[in-house]
Design a protein around this ligand. Structure first.
Ligand SMILES: [Fe+2]
Length: 221
C-alpha cells in the first residue's frame, strides 16, 4: 500500500489492496470450512462464514501496519510507549476473519465490532451506486443510500455524523480499516440475483486469546 494513505482521514484508513493481496483473500474464501458465523454478527444477510488467515499472512503483510499506524495516531499511546516507556509496545492479533454473502434486499443494521480495530474489504460489488441511487425509492430522497456502506460517527449521547461510502464494481479490492467501536451499517441493494461479497475481521490488543469454534474472546483487562 502506498505511504500517503496512512496520512489522511483520522477515522479510517482507506486503501486499495494489491492483486497479490486479493488473490490471497480469494484463496482463503475458497478454502473456507463453511463454518457459519451468522449468530455472532449483526447482519441480516444470508450467509457469513469464518475463514483462516493462513500463516498470518494477511495480518503481517497488510493489517499490522494499519493497526500500528492507527494506534499511534493517539498521542497518549505514542507518549506512554515511546516517550515515557511505561507501556510496552502493543501486541495485536487478528482474532476473527469472516466472509459475508449478501443478497439483494438484505442488510446489516447499525453495529460496532469487538476488539480494537476492524476492517472491511469489498471483494465483489455487483451493483453501481449510480443506478441504485436512481431507483424509484431513492431518486427523490434527500439521503439516497441504496447499496451504501455508511459510518455513523459519534459516541455516547453526542451528535452523530454520517459518512456514506457509495459502492460500485470499481471498489472491488478497496479496504476500510477503522476503530472497532465505530458504528456502521450496510444498506440493501436491488435488481440483481448476484451476491455482494465482503470480508471483515477484528483485531485485538494485548488480550487473553480464547480458542473456540467461534473464537470469541474474554473481556480485555
Ligand atoms: Fe460490521
Amino acid at each position: 500500500m502506498p505511504d500517503e494513505i496512512f496520512k489522511k482521514n483520522p477515522i479510517k484508513i482507506d486503501s486499495k489492496l494489491t492483486e497479490e493481496e486479493m488473490n490471497f483473500l480469494n484463496q482463503a474464501i475458497l478454502e473456507s470450512d463453511n463454518l457459519s458465523f451468522n449468530s455472532q454478527l449483526a447482519g441480516n444477510i444470508s450467509k457469513s462464514e469464518l475463514i483462516i488467515d493462513k500463516d498470518n499472512w494477511f495480518y503481517e503483510n497488510v493489517l499490522k501496519r494499519c493497526a500500528e499506524t492507527m494506534y499511534f495516531r493517539d498521542w497518549n499511546n505514542h507518549y506512554f510507549v515511546h516517550i515515557e516507556k511505561t507501556v510496552p509496545f502493543p501486541i495485536f492479533k487478528l482474532q476473527n476473519l469472516w466472509v459475508n454473502y449478501q443478497k439483494q434486499h438484505e442488510f446489516n443494521p447499525p453495529h460496532a465490532h469487538e476488539g480494537i480495530f476492524s476492517f472491511v474489504v469489498f471483494m465483489k460489488i455487483p451493483t453501481h451506486w449510480k443506478e441504485q441511487h436512481a431507483l424509484p425509492i431513492s431518486i427523490n430522497s434527500n439521503s439516497p443510500n441504496a447499496s451504501n456502506f455508511q459510518f455513523l460517527l459519534g459516541r455516547g449521547t453526542g451528535p452523530v455524523n454520517l459518512e456514506s461510502i457509495s459502492l460500485s464494481p470499481e471498489d472491488e479490492g478497496r479496504m476500510l480499516f477503522f476503530p472497532a467501536w465505530v458504528c456502521h451499517q450496510v444498506f440493501p441493494f436491488y435488481g440483481t440475483e448476484e451476491e455482494r461479497i465482503t470480508l471483515s475481521g477484528n483485531i485485538f490488543k494485548n488480550n487473553i486469546f480464547v480458542e473456540s469454534d467461534t473464537k470469541r474472546i474474554l473481556p480485555q483487562t
